[in-house]
Ligand binder design. Structure first.
Ligand SMILES: Nc1ncnc2c1ncn2[C@@H]1O[C@H](COP(=O)(O)OP(=O)(O)OP(=O)(O)O)[C@@H](O)[C@H]1O
Length: 251
């Protein structure tokens, strides 16, 4: 089964606003697929449907070959099906130490059924240094998340998804508001995810970042996928021109 996520005819309205008008899109296994489009094109709405924040009004969503029942679709059930979402800000509890951030909602328990904080700390240490390679001075399991840089924050959220072996990652604007060095760090995490066989849906307005890491680009226009382009056949300037054409309503 080569398709991690299959969407057909996905519709979603908010009152009179038709955010999605019938989205057809496949996320292949082991690819990074970028979701691009103007403000208001429907990118966040589509991401929220995949990650279980909203049900769709209609259409078919299959995650790893299994159709989703919209009446039972929520964040917890999307996670159980292997979809992990990394948001720019909301993924991290600022005042919590890193180890708590990694295991929140999915604690390791000891044989008596209590939270095994010692193991969670040890696992966090291993995760930070070995799994994601974050070796900065502040990257200690007991450090507060508030002290992390933007890139480290994204790294922690991605590391958490890797730890729980989520096959499908949704990255929502992961490099927005980051400095060049931090953005570079996050992009290398994304490349690492692909190398390890994860499928990744990446929403971003930062075209040069997207062009570097994505295998394909899905252009969303007025609630529909207007076109899907392959990176191997699309230069950065051709991609920028195509997006501009869409935003002028010329596509
Ligand atoms: N909860 C909501 N209630 C009402 N309207 C909404 C809601 N969420 C989204 N919309 C509307 O649906 C449309 C699509 O919004 P969405 O946030 O999905 O676009 P987007 O492509 O992610 O835009 P941006 O790049 O600006 O984040 C917009 O017209 C938006 O105003």
């Amino acid at each position: 089964m080569e398709t991690a996520v299959r969407m057909r005819g996905i519709t979603k309205s908010f009152g009179p606003v038709r955010a999605l008008e019938g989205v057809d899109l496949d996320l292949r296994r082991g690819e990074v697929l970028a979701l691009l489009g103007d403000n208001g094109a429907g990118k966040s709405t589509l991401v929220k449907i995949l990650s279980g924040v909203h049900p769709a009004d209609g259409g078919v969503l299959e995650i790893q070959g299994q159709p989703v029942d919209w009446r039972r679709h929520d964040v917890a059930s999307a996670r159980l099906r292997g979809v992990e979402t990394v948001h720019q800000e909301r993924s991290i509890g600022e005042k919590q130490p890193l180890w708590r951030n990694v295991f929140v909602g999915r604690h390791l328990k000891n044989s008596l059924g209590f939270i095994d904080a010692r193991r969670e700390r040890e696992e966090t240490k291993r995760l930070l240094s070995d799994v994601i390679g974050l070796k900065g001075a502040g990257m200690h399991p007991d450090a507060r998340a508030a002290t992390l840089s933007g890139g480290e924050r994204q790294g922690l959220a991605i590391a958490r998804a890797l730890y729980f072996r989520a096959p499908i990652l949704v990255l929502d604007e992961p490099t927005t508001a980051l400095g060049a060095g931090e953005a570079e760090q996050v992009l290398s995490f994304v490349e690492r995810l692909r190398e390890e066989g994860h499928s990744c849906l990446l929403v971003s307005h930062e075209l040069h970042h997207v062009h570097r890491v994505a295998d394909r680009f899905a252009l969303l226009e007025r609630g529909r996928v207007a076109e899907v382009l392959e990176r191997s056949r699309t230069s950065l300037s051709a991609l920028a021109d195509r997006l501009l054409l869409g935003s002028r309503g010329g596509a």
